[in-house]
Design a protein around this ligand. Sequence first.
Ligand SMILES: Cc1cc2nc3c(=O)[nH]c(=O)nc-3n(C[C@H](O)[C@H](O)[C@H](O)COP(=O)(O)OP(=O)(O)OC[C@H]3O[C@@H](n4cnc5c(N)ncnc54)[C@H](O)[C@@H]3O)c2cc1C
Length: 379
Amino acid sequence: MSSDKTVTIVGAGPGGLTAAISLAKNGYDVNLYEQNNDVGLRFNGDFQGLENWADEEDTLVILKRIGINTNFLCYPYNGNDGHFVGPKLQKISVKTSRPLFYLIERGSNTNSLDQGLRKQAEDLGVNFLWGQKLDSLHNQSAIVGTGPKAADAIAKGIVFETSHKNIFIGFVNNKIAPKAYAYLLVNNGKATFATCMFEDFKNENIYYTRSLSVLNSVIDINIIKPKEFGGFVNYFNEPIISKNDKILYVGENAGFQDALWGFGIKYAMLSGYYAAQSIIHELNYFELCKKQLFPKLQTSLANRWLFVHLFNTGYNIILNKIGRIEDVIPALRKHYNTSLSKRLVYKMAKRWYKTRLIDKKCMHVHCDCVWCRHGKLAH
Ligand SMILES: Cc1cc2nc3c(=O)[nH]c(=O)nc-3n(C[C@H](O)[C@H](O)[C@H](O)COP(=O)(O)OP(=O)(O)OC[C@H]3O[C@@H](n4cnc5c(N)ncnc54)[C@H](O)[C@@H]3O)c2cc1C
C-alpha cells in the first residue's frame, strides 16, 4: 500500500466494505471502486443469514469487535422460530441456547446489510468511485473483494410478500436441493424462498418447481407479488489470498466461503477486516488468515465431503439425531472446528474437490488483472 496512507479497494461487497471501514477508522484515505452505481446490486432484496453456530463468540459480538455497527436489519432466529423438514417431509425442531442465525437483507434497499455498510463507510469519508469496473491494477497495491468468479453452487428462488408470521424452514432433500438445501425465511411481511444446488445445475427449474410444491405441502403460506431471483457462490479448497503481498484478496474472490452451506458473509467481512489490520499494523495477512480463517474453511470442505456422501437416508438419520440434542449450537460448532478426524477427511476432500473456476483469461502467470489467480496459496 502507498506510504501516504491511501488504499485502493476494488469491490463494495461485505468484504471490501469491511476493509474500507476498518482502514478509514484508522485514518487511511480509501478509494473504493465499485462497478455498479450502488451497493448490493448482485442481490435482490432477498433474506440471508449470518450464521451464529461456527464460533464461540456470538456473531454480533464479533461484528462489534471488528468495528461494524448493526445499522441494518439483523433479526435473531432461535431454534423455536422455525424448523427443518427432511426427505420424508418429517418436521424436526431444534433447541438452541442462542440465535441460530441473524436474518439480514441483501441488496440495495434501505435496511440491507449492503446499505448499512455503505452508510458506515460514507460516514467515515470513504471515497466511492461508482460505476468503475477495475479489471487491471497495473502493479498497484490494493485490496480486491470482487466476489465469486464461478458457480460452485447456485440458488434459485423468489422474494415475496406474505401475511404469514415470522418463521424459518430449512429443507434437506436431494430431490429438491441436490447436495444442498432449500430455505424459507419470513420476516415482518416479507419472505424469501429458494432452493440451492451443488450439482445438476441444468435442471434448476425442475428442482425449483419440486421445492415449491414441497413448500406448499408443509406450510400454508400466501405468496403475494413473487419476484424471481438467483445467484451463485464459489469456494476453493485452497484460498488464494495475495499476490506478491501487494494485492490482498478478500471474501469470495479469494475463495473464502463456507464449503458446506455457502454461508460466506462472515468470512468475507472477517477477511476484509484482517486485510485492513495487516496494513494498519504491518502484519502478515497470510499468517492472520492461517490462524483465524483457514482451519474453519478446511473443516467446511471436510463437512461438504461428508454431507455429499450422506444421501437422503443419511439426512434422515442426522435430522432425527439433532432433534434430540439439548442445544444444537455447541454440537454444530464442534462440527465446524478442526479435529484429527476432520483433518483426515479434509485431506481426502481436497483431492476430491475440483473448483469450477472458469475465468481462464485470469490464469496468466504475469497477469496483473484483479482476478488473477497466480497469487499466494493458503498452503
Ligand atoms: C442466493 C444467495 C444466497 C446466499 N445466502 C447466504 C447466507 O444466507 N449467508 C451467508 O453468509 N452467505 C450467503 N451467500 C453468500 C454471500 O452472499 C457471499 O459470500 C458474500 O456476499 C461475499 O461477499 P464479497 O464481499 O466477497 O463479494 P460480493 O458480495 O459479491 O461483492 C463483490 C462486489 O464487487 C463488485 N465488483 C466485482 N468485480 C468488480 C470490478 N472488476 N471492479 C469493481 N467492482 C467489482 C461487485 O459489483 C460487488 O458489489 C449467498 C449467496 C447467494 C448468491
